[in-house]
Design a protein around this ligand. Structure first.
Ligand SMILES: [Zn+2]
Length: 442
């Protein structure tokens, strides 16, 4: 046999556009891309017909929380949810696990915790906190995909924020090795305390200017140091123009937004529905439209989940108090459907979605074998029915806790099969097993 696996689809989403094609896999990598009907000698030949064939998604923003807060989520549950949602690579955030990933020893602890229980490939972010500057280069050399920092209280005491002077100094250190800094960009000075069941009051407590002031600091520090910086979970669309301006000026800045900012609008959030709480918040429908335009214009580079679950008790469902509830939205398994549901209505294509959710986050994290259907890349593949609709049943998600604001929503586009490096994850011969690898940058 020349190939182990061939997958044919009339809608194969390739880097240069969608067309009928056959993707041939040898070992764990894509070995050839041929015409749809090409005769190919393969151990297994799968014809998807009209189902689309997408590159496996890369979700560069996932809080797995293991070790230390494994009751919030964990590698087994998160990666199983990822596989079901068409995500074949996740990058785990450095905070909310204990210890946080702010030293090589902590990274080793996390890799040990993850080993043997991952259903998809997993890469790791390091953390930049006050006082760990000496750990940054060793972490970089140990293969983290970059460094996360906060510019305000992170919500957990073991991961404190950087002051503006520290931000600049960290960026200067990272510039020496061309490492990436990703920033939670909200300015605490612009945020008011919030309490109560009214979502509008919560949104008003974290106004767009809080994001704007923090992004200004990141832009000025990136400009001064020449370092690469990235804004995570952009919510305030008024910042799109500023980010576009920085990019046009040659500052090495990128930005992401999340499915919940593109799907929901604050007006629709019921009182006390704390499953919708995230920081920064979901804003109004005018903001959502402007965020979409920023994404469509290429100012916002990628769409990743910021999957940040917690046990239901921490969501304060009894009181419905937005001040007390943990801020984080669980959506790892649903991001592709949520984004596609709106994107197709807007006339966008699967090429756009593959760019926002696979190739751009892979490039951001420096995962060169991931995120596209190309010869030599890992054979991470997704069979996707772009026309099928379904109602989200939270109890059927693989997330550790059945809590998500998408519960009961009708979404369009369903993952039918996921292959990780050529291995089927959802159904196939034999019992699937957790074959995910722990990745290093590159
Ligand atoms: Zn996050």
């Amino acid at each position: 046999m020349e190939y182990d696996l061939v997958i044919r689809s009339r809608r194969t989403v390739l880097p240069d556009g969608t067309r009928p094609a056959a993707v041939a896999v040898r070992g764990q990598a894509i070995a050839a891309i041929e015409d749809l009907g090409a005769p190919l000698d393969a151990g297994r030949d799968v014809d998807l017909g009209d189902l689309a064939l997408l590159p496996g998604l890369v979700d560069s923003h996932v809080h797995v929380n293991e070790p230390g807060r494994t009751e919030w989520e964990g590698f087994a549950t998160a990666t199983r949810a990822a596989a079901a949602g068409g995500v074949t690579t996740i990058c785990d955030m450095p905070l909310n696990s204990l210890p946080p990933t702010t030293s090589v020893a902590a990274l080793e602890e996390k890799r040990a915790a993850a080993a043997g229980q991952c259903w998809v490939d997993v890469a790791f972010w390091g953390g930049a906190v006050p006082g760990n500057e000496k750990s940054l280069r060793p972490l970089h050399e140990a293969g983290v995909v970059g460094f996360k920092c906060f510019l305000l209280d992170s919500g957990v005491p073991e991961f404190p924020p950087l002051e503006p002077a520290e931000l600049r100094s960290v960026l200067a250190s990272l510039a020496e090795v061309d490492a990436l800094l990703i920033a939670h960009a909200e300015d605490g000075a612009e945020i008011k305390p919030a309490s109560g069941r009214d979502f509008g009051s919560f949104v008003a407590s974290r106004p767009p200017i809080a994001e704007r002031r923090a992004i200004e600091k990141v832009i000025s520090a990136a400009a001064a140091t020449g370092a690469r910086a990235h804004i995570v979970h952009l919510s305030a669309a008024e910042c799109v123009a500023m980010i576009a301006g920085a990019k046009a000026a040659g500052i090495r800045l990128t930005a992401e937004t999340c499915p919940h900012y593109l799907y929901f609008a604050a007006e629709q959030v019921p009182d006390g529905a704390t499953e919708f709480k995230s920081c920064p918040p979901i804003r109004d429908s005018v903001n959502r439209e402007a965020l979409w335009r920023g994404l469509e214009a290429g100012v916002i580079d990628c769409v990743v989940s910021d999957h940040s679950p917690c046990p239901p008790e921490l969501k304060s469902f009894d009181s419905g108090d937005f001040g007390a509830a943990w801020g984080g939205i669980a959506s790892l398994q649903l991001g592709l459907s949520a984004v596609w549901t709106v994107a197709r209505r807007r006339g966008r294509t699967l090429d756009d979605v593959a760019r926002w959710m696979a190739s751009a986050p892979a490039a951001l994290a420096g995962l060169t074998a991931k995120g596209q259907l190309a010869v030599g890349a890992d054979a991470d593949l997704v069979a996707f029915d772009p026309d099928e609709t379904y109602v989200v049943d939270a109890a059927r998600l693989h997330h550790r806790h059945p809590v998500t604001p998408y519960a009961g929503r009708t979404l369009t586009g369903r993952v039918r099969q996921t292959w990780l490096r050529g291995m089927p994850l959802l159904e196939g011969e034999g019992e699937p097993s957790p074959v995910g690898r722990l990745l290093k940058r590159g």
